[in-house]
Design a protein around this ligand. Structure first.
Ligand code: SF4
Ligand code: SF4
Length: 407
């Protein structure tokens, strides 16, 4: 599409990026077919083509409006549309820039800003989040069953090895994962130790910045990312071979630090290096299994939920299935695997109605082949899908670890 940015956006550092993305879209609408919000609402303005058009109008001079803000807020940022688009339109980047522009011209109400601020502070608070979850677990028996089901049970801890190896990787501890599912990283560290890799896990419960970036607090998100870059830098200089994430939501954020800091000279070079080193746990495990195969006890029937951040964001669809199959598990059929479960970062809190509809659909889609267990690779999806389901939902690395333990 032809486009001419309005003069109020000419000086934006990302003006060139916006024009390039807008020009690539030919308005064909193929992307609407795989968009979860378009499927649920049947409204062009709640599909990717309509959102691109609305963002285009904004950057060409239209006023920011509450209606536009709502249509952009309803987007899950699942990127299913990017996978479908034959023209390679970077929709998610355009959406991020569009949301930032709308929010700067049309400030949200005090209540909405407080909600976003509170979510971010709670998730990023470490010890306070830990205390909240400990208290919630203590009073869980007094809660209604529906609320109780949303609080994950405390895990019996897996001991982390302290062996030294020449090969070293950095592992992101994550903000909420150490409290809610600490065994995800512990199981990953055990497996990596088995392959002769030492894990450097900085136990600072530091957010990668995703929570701020998802709640229209771009500067807060960037500040979190800068702190993480500073923490990691000395280990990178000491020769860490990779930065591994066990939550694909964080993984895609770290992978995109290169774009987040492209106009910030103090961090641009470090961000470029970090994005290059960033990889998902599945990439390392797959590579190491080729070198040193392992087999688990005769495998359970497993349904795999591949998070949007993994399949559409990182382009790693099928990796987990391949690892589990290789190690002896039976992979179950899953319907509409390309569709989002509705968790989508903070979406389940900010857009609860659409999120619940998507979860109900996903739970049916994952259960069609009667799995004994469901696995995924992102804490948000894991807890969201598990809510109200009578099939256990775990991180795939925990399942693999348990299989090896039983052998
Ligand atoms: S984003 Fe891609 S698929 Fe969607 S309308 Fe534009 S060109 Fe077509
Ligand atoms: S990111 Fe997902 S919800 Fe948003 S427009 Fe694309 S397909 Fe639809």
């Amino acid at each position: 599409m032809q486009t001419n940015l309005h003069k109020r956006f000419h000086d934006m550092p990302s003006a060139g990026v916006i024009e390039t993305i807008l020009r690539k879209c030919v308005h064909c609408g193929f992307c609407n077919a795989t968009c979860p919000t378009y499927q649920l609402r049947g409204d062009e303005l709640d599909g990717p083509r309509g959102r691109i058009y609305q963002i285009k109008q904004l950057f060409e001079g239209a006023e920011a409006s509450a209606e536009l803000q709502l249509h952009l807020d309803r987007c899950l940022t699942c990127r299913s549309c990017e996978t479908t688009c034959p023209s390679g339109v970077r929709y998610s980047r355009l959406l991020e820039l569009g949301r930032e522009a709308v929010d700067s011209e049309l400030p949200r109400s005090v209540v909405e800003r407080f909600k976003r601020w509170a979510i971010t502070r709670l998730f990023n608070s470490g010890p306070i989040f830990n205390l909240v979850i400990t208290c919630a677990r203590a009073i869980a028996p007094l809660m209604p069953a529906s609320l109780r089901a949303s609080i994950p049970e405390k895990q019996s801890p897996i001991d982390k090895p302290d062996n030294r190896h020449d090969r070293k990787i950095i592992m992101l501890s994550g903000c909420v994962q150490p409290t809610l599912t600490p065994n995800t990283n512990a199981a990953a560290i055990k497996l990596l130790d088995h392959f002769g890799i030492q894990t450097i896990e900085i136990e600072n419960r530091h957010c990668c910045g995703a929570v701020g970036l998802h709640t229209s607090q771009m500067e807060q998100g960037r500040a979190q990312a800068r702190k993480l870059i500073d923490y990691w830098w000395s280990y990178i200089e000491d020769g860490a071979e990779a930065i591994v994430t066990t939550a694909t939501g964080c993984g895609v954020t770290v992978k995109e630090y290169v774009e987040l800091f492209e106009h910030e000279s103090a961090y641009a070079e470090r961000a470029r290096k970090i994005s290059k080193l960033a990889c998902d746990l599945s990439e390392i495990i797959e590579q190491e299994l080729d070198r040193k195969p392992v087999q688990t006890k005769p495998g359970k029937r497993v349904a795999v939920h591949t998070p949007c951040t993994m399949q559409h964001g990182l382009g790693l669809k099928g990796k987990v299935e391949s690892i589990l199959q290789q190690t002896g598990y039976q992979i179950c059929e899953v319907a509409d695997a390309h569709l989002c479960c509705g968790s989508a970062g903070t979406y389940s809190i900010l857009q609860p109605q659409l999120s619940k509809q998507l979860r109900a659909n996903k739970q049916v889609a994952l259960a069609i082949d009667a799995p004994e267990v469901i696995v995924t690779s992102n804490i948000g999806c894991q807890l969201h899908i598990a809510d109200g389901l009578n099939v256990p939902v775990v991180h795939w690395i925990e399942l693999l670890y348990q299989g090896l333990e039983r052998k």
